[in-house]
Design a protein. Structure first.
Length: 132
């Protein structure tokens, strides 16, 4: 079962982006803001998006691993659920990112890839449901 490894890898990516100074959110003066150096070298308090991403990822993966399934599911159901949840988290969190990145039709590239993954998972789940 490689699902825990997927969770560890996803959390490591979020925390590495925090350590590298990318993936920061908009400026804030609230208590939850963390000091981040942006690409221009300016230090300001910003939304802690990588930390939120790591915590939400840990919660989602833990829920997918330990949540008891009422019915017998096909092999790979938990992995597909984990992938769709991580993709949805990435879409939502990337909407709040303030670091400069290339955009395509107003969204970041990782948002589009996550949306494509969600569409692929939806098509797969729909075809599996129709097959039963």
């Amino acid at each position: 079962n490689l699902l825990p490894l997927l969770g560890v890898f996803a959390i490591a990516v979020w925390l590495t982006s925090w350590g590298a100074g990318v993936g920061y959110g908009p400026k804030t003066e609230a208590w939850y803001g963390i000091k981040v150096q942006d690409n221009l070298g300016l230090v300001s308090r910003r939304w802690p998006l990588p930390i939120v991403g790591a915590l939400l990822t840990a919660g989602w993966i833990t829920g997918v691993i330990f949540f008891p399934l009422k019915r017998v599911r096909k092999p790979g159901f938990r992995a597909v659920s984990a992938l769709s949840g991580l993709s949805a988290l990435n879409v939502v969190i990337s909407l709040f990112r303030a670091d400069p990145a290339p955009l395509l039709w107003g969204l970041r590239w990782e948002s589009w890839f996550s949306i494509l993954i969600l569409i692929g998972v939806g098509v797969y789940m729909f075809s599996e449901q129709r097959g039963n």
